[in-house]
Design a protein around this ligand. Structure first.
Ligand code: ATP
Length: 436
């Protein structure tokens, strides 16, 4: 469906694709942009204590050396000597603990790789190679003299915020506690990309770094506050509450920078899966970059602590799609929150061969299009058009019929209830604006 309707395409598909890379089609880009817009509205415009930045993807390689990513941003890689599959040792161990037989459990592709040998049985434990640390940073080579200089595509967007900490403090009016928000691409040379966009090599993150004065109790309260805020944001946009849960990281699973951490997980068709992390990074990063904060009122100087909310735009897009997908007999309905729906309104003439109906509908379409993403459809019969709009999640369909030509009203059909109302054409902009 995501391919047929133009949400997500395999990257470089005509050349056989490229593992871990995906392209967003005409509807996918709208959905993804809407998610980012709603996030920015809530996290930046909706607050007095957060400002945004947009840092470069490639940074001075020193940043990654100092942040610990070149030595510690790794996954444990092993190979099965029988089938030569390579996978993460931790995934194998985690999965071995929880599953005794493979059965017909819907599995994440990475679990399949990590668990199942070519004979369909688990990889024999004694036939795994010794664990190697595999660095996830993606190398790039720059410059005109040989050997070219090695740099990295950022493995997380976070460091761009830390290295600009002083710039932001000096150029804006922020005072601790405050946050810096950012949305942008990150790259990881993942061992087992898969499950559509869930684990990609190029993906987008939406992150907030929230700086607080060092204080154990208060920073824990801030951590809990952000957990609640982030969960609330997803449910306010329609994700079912029972499909969400927090999973705290065991100390040995925590990233090298985290004091403590929890994952916001969604119950995907392939099992509970992380799509946002809330991390207490303490003074790890600012400390490493030797950056401090000076309180202008008290002259006190200290290294702030950081609470981070780190969401994946692609994973959120995937889970908003999965969560919204409903089958009702033959009919597929994508019950996306109207704020996220690629098109808000579709306009149809009742009959495609009646010029006066088509012209009237075109006029309404062109007017609404200036206000919200609107599409026009005159193909097939009205039932087919509803069917197609339901499948892409368009919340409202406007039909121009013969009565419209007489009294200036149209029918508006609601996607979820399939109920129809007659509305006067001049009231349509307000009607949709209020609903949105
Ligand atoms: P995982 O355990 O699944 O590898 P992670 O704990 O390494 O994820 P973080 O480093 O906390 O992930 O990154 C924050 C967010 O960035 C994740 O919650 C996820 O939404 C997104 N993300 C991380 N890696 C990928 C990826 N390979 N593909 C798509 N999104 C990703």
């Amino acid at each position: 469906m995501v391919k047929r309707r133009g949400f997500i395409f395999q990257g470089s598909e005509i050349y056989g694709g490229y593992q871990g890379f995906w392209d967003y089609g005409p509807l996918g880009v709208e959905l993804k942009n809407n998610i980012k817009k709603e996030w920015w509205k809530k996290m930046v415009y909706g607050r007095e204590d957060v400002v945004g930045i947009d840092a470069a993807i490639v940074m001075n390689p020193k940043v990654w050396e100092v942040s610990g990513h070149l030595s510690a941003f790794t996954d444990p890689l092993v190979e099965c000597k029988v089938c030569h599959k390579r996978f993460r040792r931790d995934t194998f161990d985690e999965f071995s603990k929880s599953v005794t037989g493979v059965g017909n459990v819907a599995l994440k592709k990475e679990y399949l790789d990590a668990f199942i040998c070519e004979d369909g049985k688990p990889h024999p434990k004694d036939k795994l190679t010794k664990e190697k640390t595999f660095n996830l940073m993606t190398e790039v080579f720059l410059g005109i003299t040989e050997p070219k200089e090695k740099a990295y595509l950022r493995g997380e967007i976070t460091q761009g915020v830390f290295v600009n900490f002083e710039n932001v403090v000096n150029s804006s009016r922020v005072k601790i506690p405050f946050g810096i928000a950012q949305i942008g691409k990150a790259f990881r040379n993942e061992i087992t990309p898969g499950n559509l966009t869930f684990r990609s090599r190029e993906f987008e993150q939406m992150e907030l770094e929230y700086f607080v004065k060092p204080d154990e109790k208060k920073s824990q309260e801030t951590f809990e506050y952000w957990k609640k805020e982030r969960l609330g944001w997803y449910t306010s946009l329609g994700i079912k509450k029972e499909k969400l849960r927090f999973k705290d990281h065991e100390p040995e699973k925590r990233a090298h920078y985290a004091r403590y951490a929890t994952d916001l997980e969604y119950e995907a068709p392939f099992g509970w899966s992380e799509f946002e992390g809330i991390h207490h990074r303490g003074d790890y990063d600012l400390g490493k970059h030797k950056l401090t904060y000076k309180d202008k009122e008290t002259n006190e100087e200290y290294t702030p602590w950081v609470i981070e909310t780190s969401g994946g735009v692609d994973r959120a897009t995937l889970f908003f799609l999965v969560d919204a997908y409903h089958e009702d007999g033959e009919r597929v309905v994508l019950k996306l929150n109207p704020k996220l729906a690629p098109y808000k309104v579709a306009v149809f003439p009742l009959l495609a061969n009646k010029e006066n109906l088509v012209n009237k509908a075109k006029g309404i379409y062109l007017e609404l299009k200036l206000l919200f993403p609107t599409c026009f459809d005159a193909r097939g019969n009205i039932g087919k058009r509803y069917f197609a709009q339901d499948e892409i999640g368009t919340p409202w369909c406007v039909t121009v019929d013969f009565q419209s030509l007489e009294d200036g009203t149209v029918t508006v059909r609601d996607r979820d209830s399939a109920k129809q109302e007659r509305i006067s054409i001049d009231k349509l902009p307000d009607y949709f604006q209020n609903k949105l």
